[in-house]
Design a protein around this ligand. Structure first.
Ligand code: SAH
Length: 253
C-alpha cells in the first residue's frame, strides 16, 4: 500500500492529523522538495529512507515505490498542498496499477485555501461570486483551448491562478481581453502560510508591476475578482428573517 499524502500549503502544522501519522509510520518518504516544507520530515522515524523527488523522474519515483512495496515497506509520497491539484498523481497511480500495487490518498490543505486564509477572504461572497475557477496559464504544459483565461474571465467569477507568476503581463492582458475591467481587484500571495509569506493587493492591470516591486517571481497564487472588494450581500443562512431546517426566522413568525 502506497499512501499519497497532501503536505498542506507550507506551514508544517497544516498537514492533517492522518497525514502526520502516515509520515510517522513510513519506512520510505518521497517528497516534492521544491515546495514541501522540509520541517515536515521531522515527523519521519529514525532510519526512514527519504528521497527528494525534485531531481527524480516519474520512473525513479515509481521505481522506488515498487521496490519499497516488494520489501514490505510503508511508502509515503508527499505532495505539496492537496495531491489532486497539479499533483501529477494519476501517472504514478497508473504505473502502480500496472504492478498490481494498491494506494490511497490522504488529502491536504491546498495553497488555494492557504491563500484565502492569508487574504482573510471568502471566495464565494453572496451576490458577488458563487463560483471559483482554478486554472493556470499555458506554459511548457499546455492548457486545452476551451479553457483559455479569456473564456474564464468572461464569467467574472472568483479566479485562482496557479503556476503563472512568470507570465503576469500576459495574464493581465488576457483577463482584460476576457472582460474583467483593468481596475478589478487582484492579489498575489507568495508562499501562503510559510514564515516568509507575502500578500500583495493590487488590480488586474497592475499584476506584473506589483510582483516586480515585491520581488515575487514564483511560488505564488494570483487571485482575481470582486470577492477582494467591499461590496457583497449578507448570507441568507444567518439572516434573522430567513427560515431553514434548523431555525425559524422572522419571515414565518
Ligand atoms: N498541489 C498544490 C499545487 C502544486 S502546483 C496545491 O494544492 O497547492 C505548484 C504551484 O502551486 C506553485 O507554482 C504556486 O503557483 C502554487 N503554490 C504552491 N504552494 C503555494 C503557497 N504556499 N503559496 C502560494 N502559492 C503556492
Amino acid at each position: 500500500m502506497i499512501n499519497f499524502v497532501g503536505a498542506g500549503p507550507g506551514a508544517a502544522d497544516l498537514i492533517t492529523v492522518r497525514g502526520k501519522e502516515l509520515l510517522e509510520q513510513a519506512d520510505i518518504i518521497i517528497y516534492a522538495g521544491s515546495l514541501v516544507n522540509p520541517d515536515l520530515l521531522k515527523y519521519a522515524k529514525e532510519g526512514c529512507e527519504i528521497y527528494n523527488s525534485a531531481s527524480m523522474t516519474l520512473e525513479d519515483v515509481t521505481g522506488t515505490m515498487i521496490r519499497g512495496e516488494k520489501e514490505g515497506k510503508k511508502v509515503v509520497r508527499l505532495h505539496t498542498g492537496d495531491p489532486a491539484i497539479y499533483g501529477a498523481i494519476r501517472e504514478q497511480m497508473d504505473i502502480l496499477d500496472e504492478h498490481g500495487i494498491s494506494y490511497k490518498v490522504c488529502p491536504g490543505v491546498s495553497s488555494l485555501f492557504g491563500t484565502a486564509a492569508a487574504l482573510n477572504a471568502e471566495y464565494t461572497l453572496p451576490n458577488v461570486s458563487q463560483s471559483v475557477i482554478v486554472t493556470r496559464m499555458a506554459g511548457r504544459t499546455g492548457v486545452p483551448g476551451k479553457e483559455s483565461i479569456e473564456s474564464f474571465a468572461a464569467h467574472h467569477a472568483t479566479m485562482v491562478i496557479f503556476l503563472s507568476t512568470g507570465m503576469l503581463g500576459e495574464l493581465s492582458k488576457r483577463l482584460i481581453d476576457g472582460g474583467y475591467s483593468p481596475e478589478t481587484p487582484a492579489a498575489i500571495v507568495y508562499k501562503a502560510t510559510w514564515p516568509d509569506e507575502k500578500v500583495v493587493r493590487t488590480t488586474v492591470k497592475d499584476l506584473e508591476q506589483s510582483a516586480k516591486e515585491n520581488g515575487i517571481t514564483k511560488t505564488a497564487l494570483i487571485t482575481v475578482g470582486d470577492f477582494l472588494g467591499d461590496r457583497y450581500e449578507r448570507s441568507k443562512l444567518y439572516d434573522p428573517a430567513f427560515t431553514h431546517e434548523f431555525r425559524i426566522g422572522t419571515d414565518t413568525k
